[in-house]
Design a binder for this molecule. Structure first.
Ligand SMILES: NC(=O)c1ccc[n+]([C@@H]2O[C@H](COP(=O)([O-])OP(=O)(O)OC[C@H]3O[C@@H](n4cnc5c(N)ncnc54)[C@H](OP(=O)(O)O)[C@@H]3O)[C@@H](O)[C@H]2O)c1
Length: 331
C-alpha cells in the first residue's frame, strides 16, 4: 500500500508522527515521507533519529495555505496530525485553536484537492463527540470539513476520511507521564479528579496500525472508530502507585466523566464491523455512493441499534490493573 508512495504528515514531529515514521520505514519502501511542522528544533531532533534518504523536513504552518500547497506537490497520501490539543490551552487561546484546528484543516483540504492527492486521513479525538470544550468543538468542525470535502471534490480523485480515537497511553502532556513525574518527584499519592472517571485507552502503535489499515478500507467520508478498551482512573492510579489513598481534587472545567466515540445521535448512520465502527456521513454525496455497510476491501458492517452509543463508561471491555501496567510498559 505504501511502497513507492509519497506521504506527507502534518504535525509529523509529534508523538503520532514519530511512531508512524518508525512503522512505515520498518514495513514499507516509501518514495518520500514529508514531515510538515513549525518548530525547527523538533525537526532537527527527528532528523537525528530517522536517518533515511526518503525523509524530507518542511518547516510550515497548517495556517499557511500557500506553503501547504507547495509541500503537497506530487504527494499521494496525507495524514493530518497537526493540532493544538490541550484542553486548557484551547480554552485560554480560543482563536489560536480555531486557526490551527479549523482553518488549518480547510487549508489541508484545499491543498490536497489542488494537488490531486489520492487519499487524506485526518486524526480526530473522542473529545470531538458531543464536545464540551473548545478543543473538542474545533476537532468536530474539522471532522465535518473533512467529511464534506468528499462532496467538494466532485470529480477530483481525492478521498478524505477521519480516524477518531481516545487517549493515547503516554502521549506528550497526558495523564501517564503526569502521574509518572509526580511519582518520580516522590509523591506518595496521586490527584484524582473524580473516582468514577473512565477513559478509552489505546497505544500509539495501535493508533498507527489503525490509520494504516484505514487507507485500504476508506471510500471517503467515513469516521473510523476502533474498538478499544477503557480504563477506570482509580485502576490507573493503583497500577502506577499501588496500595495508597489518593487525593480527590474535583473534575476540571471542560472534562467529562466518560468519553464518547460514537454518539447516540449518530446511531442511525453508524455501522459496526468486527473490530471497529464507521460513522457514515449524515449528508448525501452527489458524485459518490452513500453505501458504507461494506468497505473498499469487502468487510461487511451492520447498523448499530437505534439508541447505541460507544462510551468509555459502558464499554464492555475494561483493562485490569495488571493489564494497565502492561500497556504502560509497551507504550
Ligand atoms: N495524543 C492523544 O492522546 C490523542 C488522542 C486522540 C487524538 N489525537 C490526535 O492525534 C493528532 C496527533 O497527536 P499527537 O499526540 O501526535 O500530538 P503532538 O505530539 O502534540 O504533535 C502535534 C504536532 O503538531 C505540530 N503542530 C502544531 N501546530 C501546528 C501548526 N499550526 N502547523 C503545523 N504543525 C503544527 C507540532 O509541531 P510544531 O510545534 O513543530 O509545529 C506537533 O509536533 C492530533 O490531531 C490529536 O488531536 C491525539
Amino acid at each position: 500500500m505504501f511502497d513507492n508512495k509519497a506521504i506527507l504528515i502534518t504535525g509529523g514531529t509529534g508523538s503520532f508522527g514519530h511512531k508512524y515514521v518508525e512503522t512505515i520505514l520498518a514495513r514499507y519502501k516509501p518514495k518520500r515521507i514529508v514531515i510538515y511542522s513549525r518548530d525547527e528544533l523538533k525537526q532537527y531532533e527527528m532528523q537525528q533519529k530517522f536517518d533515511s534518504d526518503v525523509m524530507r523536513y518542511f518547516i510550515g504552518d497548517v495556517r499557511d495555505a500557500e506553503r501547504l500547497k507547495q509541500a503537497m506537490s506530487e504527494i499521494d497520501f496525507v495524514i493530518h496530525a497537526a493540532a493544538l490539543k490541550h484542553v486548557p490551552v484551547a480554552e485560554y487561546n480560543p482563536m489560536e485553536c480555531i486557526k490551527t484546528n479549523i482553518i488549518g484543516a480547510e487549508n489541508v483540504i484545499q491543498a490536497a484537492l489542488a494537488n490531486k492527492v489520492e487519499k487524506v486521513i485526518a486524526l480526530s479525538t473522542d473529545k470531538a463527540a458531543n464536545p464540551v470544550n473548545l478543543y473538542g468543538a474545533t476537532k468536530l468542525a474539522s471532522d465535518k470539513l473533512f467529511v464534506a470535502a468528499n462532496n467538494i471534490a466532485g470529480k477530483l480523485p481525492t478521498k478524505f476520511s477521519v480516524v477518531r480515537y481516545g487517549n493515547v497511553v503516554g502521549s506528550r502532556g497526558s495523564v501517564v507521564p503526569f502521574f509518572q513525574k509526580l511519582i518520580d518527584e516522590g509523591a506518595n499519592k496521586l490527584p484524582i479528579t473524580d473516582t468514577r472517571m473512565t477513559r478509552f485507552w489505546i497505544t500509539l502503535q495501535q493508533g498507527v496500525d489503525f490509520v494504516l489499515k484505514n487507507f485500504e478500507r476508506m471510500k471517503g467520508g467515513e469516521i473510523f472508530v476502533p474498538k478499544i478498551p477503557s480504563i477506570r482512573i482509580m485502576d490507573l492510579a493503583e497500577a502506577m502507585l499501588p496500595n495508597v489513598e489518593h487525593d480527590v481534587v474535583g473534575i476540571r472545567p471542560g472534562e467529562k466523566l466518560h468519553e464518547i466515540m460514537c454518539p447516540e445521535d449518530d446511531a442511525n448512520h453508524t455501522f459496526e464491523f468486527d473490530d471497529y465502527y464507521v460513522i457514515a456521513p449524515s449528508i448525501t454525496f452527489t458524485q459518490r455512493g452513500n453505501d458504507y455497510s461494506k468497505n473498499s476491501i469487502g468487510e461487511q458492517g451492520n447498523k448499530v441499534a437505534e439508541n447505541y452509543a460507544y462510551s468509555s463508561g459502558s464499554n464492555p471491555d475494561f483493562l485490569s490493573v495488571e493489564q494497565i501496567q502492561h500497556y504502560n510498559q509497551i507504550r
